[in-house]
Design a protein around this ligand. Structure first.
Ligand code: GLA
Length: 379
């Protein structure tokens, strides 16, 4: 049984009747461009072949019910102006419904299933938000564009869940394509399709999930965001996007060391995203590898969002023959990615497992991800 069928069956078991459809959206891996999104900068994520599925039927009343394969509890609310609180995992799908409440025409029953690992930095939450937003857009005939649906998902995350995250994950989950990554200019929200050309060269993107879980509603993410705002204010710009590498000496003079290093990460990372796009266009793999490693070093040393498990994952991936590797996502846990010849994937897995065991870290998980299409109706 595939996940669409499994989600249909899960709905039927939970509610005792057939849903009207199934919608899905992928998690994402970010090739490069970390914490640049909320600084109006550039990011280069792609959708992965791990998805969240939403089976939904409308109701004649205005009651909104959700349940899922990971919790048998059925959570039920009606959408009012007060924002929903305290619903645990159900805040993600119901938060989306709440943000869309002005479009509400009916109540609904929803069942959710997913194979996106939770807390791995692969945007399991964006996958829930985007599959739910697309489903409601269809059944409520809300007429929103993919970018508008991404913004709705982000509002659910910011206003309801309380995580001050940017727009990268939801945009990737809505707009991803199966043959490449999506370059997002987070200032203009212009998106450009970037072919990766990895499979032609027998390369895969491996994910090394440290299994160290993280939450962006905790303090680390927020404090990085605040440092960036402070840096922009000191430099007299609306966002760090406006700064160039040539502005860094002036920034160094103008602010404390911690704020400066946060700023330096963002400014250099924006540049690395654009350099990555041009390296990919000419298949300059050595340069691609160097850019990924420089990005990781910048997150480790300047932005200070890596953890020893992620550093070890990256170092071990390089020893196993990866052309480049870096932590992906918000940090403080989660996963690293490595670009590696497909024939070396199992060797990578063996070496990473051994290295983690030797360091006394919990067992990691290693798997390849394939660029996959954004949110869509499945059935
Ligand atoms: C999380 C957030 C994104 C982005 C990344 C870091 O995934 O949801 O908006 O800020 O962290 O690049």
């Amino acid at each position: 049984m595939n996940l669409t069928q499994q989600t249909l069956a899960g709905f039927k078991e939970a509610y005792g009747y057939e849903p009207s459809g199934v919608w899905s959206a992928p998690g994402r891996a970010n090739l490069i461009g970390e914490h640049t999104d909320y600084n109006n900068g550039f990011v280069l994520p792609f959708g992965i072949d791990r998805r969240t599925y939403v089976a939904l039927a409308t109701r004649e009343d205005k009651i909104c019910r959700v349940t899922s394969s990971f919790s048998s509890e059925v959570v039920e609310i009606e959408l009012r102006d007060d924002r929903p609180t305290g619903l645990d995992w159900a805040l993600y799908p119901l938060g989306v419904a709440w943000v869309m409440r002005e479009s509400q025409t009916t109540g609904f029953d929803v069942f959710i299933d997913s194979d996106v690992p939770i807390g791995a930095g692969l945007s399991s939450s964006a996958a829930v938000e985007c599959s739910m937003a697309l489903a409601l857009n269809d059944v409520w005939e809300a007429g929103k564009s993919p970018i508008e649906l991404a913004l709705i998902g982000q509002r659910a995350e910011n206003e309801v869940v309380g995580a001050p995250t940017g727009i990268m994950d939801q945009t990737a989950s809505m707009l991803a394509r199966s043959d490449g990554a999506v370059l997002i200019d987070c200032k203009t929200m212009e998106t450009t399709h970037i072919p990766l050309g990895l499979s032609e060269q027998d390369l895969v993107v491996a994910v090394i999930d440290t299994q160290v879980s993280h939450r962006h509603s905790d303090g680390g993410y927020r404090s990085r965001r605040e440092s960036c705002e402070k840096g922009a204010e000191i430099m007299g710009v609306e966002s760090l996007r406006e700064l160039e590498v040539a502005d860094l000496p002036r920034a160094k003079e103008a602010m404390d060391d911690v704020t400066f290093r946060r700023v330096r990460h963002i400014v250099t990372e924006n540049q690395r995203v654009l350099q990555t796009v041009s390296a990919l266009a000419d298949a300059r793999l050595d340069e691609l590898g160097e850019l990924l490693l420089a990005s990781h070093a910048s997150m480790r040393d300047d932005f200070e969002i890596s953890i020893p498990e992620l550093d070890l994952a990256v170092a071990t991936a390089m020893e196993a023959g990866a052309i480049g590797s870096r932590m992906t996502g918000g940090g403080f846990g989660g996963a690293a990615i490595a670009i590696i010849n497909s024939a070396k994937l199992s060797q990578l897995e063996t070496q990473v497992e051994a290295a983690f065991e030797e360091s006394g870290f919990g067992a990691p998980r290693v798997f390849a991800v394939i660029p996959s299409q954004g949110a869509r109706k499945e059935a």
